[in-house]
Design a protein around this ligand. Structure first.
Ligand SMILES: [Zn+2]
Length: 254
């Protein structure tokens, strides 16, 4: 019984996560098309039928309908289910690892924005500006929560993004995208300088490993969307960065 009571908050967090997840699906489709994410009601992509509330229950509706539109039986991409489920799981992981803290709220919204921008960047090689603005607003909130370390956050904002900006100018925009720079600017403000440097290193390592494998296996082009890899690095650094950094410093005897 005690165990059950203990997991109730996490079930609630999961349900909240999958609900936000279904909004993320709307963002993933509409932001690249320049459509409004707030006004137009959700509809079937094939027959245009407006969806009822019971068709929009995250995860469960997709499973109950067997991944098909209730009206025209057109297939509904499994991506809906995956994004909702993944977002729910990410929220639970964040709250378990980071605790039920205010900073977890910031990390949850950050993880959702990273999820959306990763998929959009993967498909279009473009990180939408509005998502970086959203992350920057989260950064301001992170600074307000962590008022004692304002300087850490401000250095975090410019240390990696400044380096990338130099790279951008030197390479004439070929080595790195402007969206990646803004991403590191905004998330540097959220994480502070130590963790954004770690995030960047992790992103580069994960990116080079996966991209090398992809080139070998599927002969994808050499064009590399950095957003998903940087996002993975940012997520890992947000949750485990402080632990890993202090472990590393203790090994150095610092
Ligand atoms: Zn339909």
């Amino acid at each position: 019984m005690l165990l059950f009571l203990d997991i109730i908050p996490y079930i609630t967090i999961f349900i909240f996560g999958i609900t936000i997840g279904s909004f993320l699906n709307v963002c993933i489709y509409r932001i690249p098309l320049g459509e409004s994410i707030a006004t137009a009601p959700s509809h079937c992509m094939t027959c245009g039928r407006k969806l009822k509330w019971y068709d929009m229950v995250p995860v469960f509706s997709w499973l109950l309908l067997g991944g098909k539109c209730r009206n025209c039986k057109a297939k509904i991409s499994v991506q809906y289910l995956i994004i909702e489920g993944v977002n729910g799981i990410l929220y639970v992981v964040i709250c378990v690892v980071n605790g039920l803290e205010w900073s977890s709220v910031i990390y949850c919204f950050m993880a959702s924005a990273l999820l959306v921008l990763s998929i959009i960047d993967w498909r279009t090689f473009e990180i939408p500006f509005c998502l970086n603005v959203f992350l920057f607003v989260l950064g301001v909130a992170a600074v307000i929560l962590d008022r004692g370390n304002v300087v850490d956050h401000l250095i975090g904002m410019i240390c990696i993004s400044g380096l990338l900006e130099v790279l951008y100018l030197v390479s004439g925009g070929r080595a790195i995208g402007g969206g990646d720079i803004k991403l590191m600017f905004a998330c540097g403000l959220i994480l502070g300088w130590k963790r954004i440097i770690l995030a960047f290193l992790l992103g580069c390592v994960i990116g080079s490993v996966i991209h090398t494998v992809r080139i070998k296996v599927s002969k994808v082009g050499h064009m590399l969307a950095m957003g998903p890899y940087l996002s993975a690095g940012i997520f890992l650094a947000a949750l485990w960065g402080n632990t890993w950094i202090s472990w590393y410093l203790s090994k150095l005897g610092l």
